[in-house]
Write a new protein. Sequence first.
Length: 336
Amino acid sequence: MKRAVPIACIAAAFAGCAADTGSPPLQRSRPSPSLVAPSAVLSVEPWGFGDADGTVLRTRRYRVFTTSSRPILVERLPAFLEAALDHYQTSLTGNGPRLPEPPTKLDTYVMATRPQWATLTRTLMRDRAELYLRIQRGGFAAAGRGVYRDLGSLNDTLNLAAHEGWHQYTQLAFRGRLPIYLEEGIATYMEGFRWDDRRPELAVFLPWANLERFRTLRAAEAAGRLMPLDELVRSSPQSLIATDQDAALVWYAQVWALVHFLHEGDGGTHRAGLQRLLRDTAAGTSGTRRLGRRSDPFAPYFGTDPMTLDPAYQAFVRRITAPGTQNAVTRGQSPL
């Protein structure tokens, strides 16, 4: 089955960052006698949304509102989100300073059913809700809030939270905006994780551990369907989904590979440029927003244009998708 995460992102890309419409009011309900705070949780409170009983779990940097009654999701989600935020702040910055802390706690909603999610979406997004309601399986991030539903699979739900959580984080913590190919590419880079062998309740984030993106990329390379790099950075997922959903899925796989390429391809030649771009965009000094218009930072930060760099990028993709590389990806290790 094709994953739903890209479709969620495409819907969000149509709308951009929505205006803050406020959180749904908290409604007291009777606490569950079996509710136990996981180690990452500072407090647990009852919460009601409509006629659904739920829970608010507060961590150091998150408020998690959920109507899910699945114990494994409720127990693992708070620590997962905190670990994901650490991953956002450090995984691409090398030995330099962390990316900034969000200025406020990140409100994250995980609803048990799609009807609950749809009602919440209408409450939060108001006149823009219909755009987000096109998402059939997944969720979105807007105005610094994550709005998801329990997908039935723990890993699928947390994979969605890891991807959309990057958008949620940059919406709150970054003063500038990354170009869409890097914003989405980094979000896919943040998806990969495995459960710790010794402490299976803890997630270990491994950007290579992403078989969905890898397999899509490998199939596209084998079929000769990869975009040249200059076309990739000029394309957007919303324009592709309008004509060819498969092309949109390939686009996501390619921008996933692009972030890996910029981080470790060509012997790490481009890593410093990526680090500078992230820090400058966080600080609002990258020049990606001028007089309300966005300029592409590729050449200023990577020292060349996408067309010139395309042969090296394509060679990188062929190398990481070559026969025998899937075993390394499955382990979350670099196939290089």
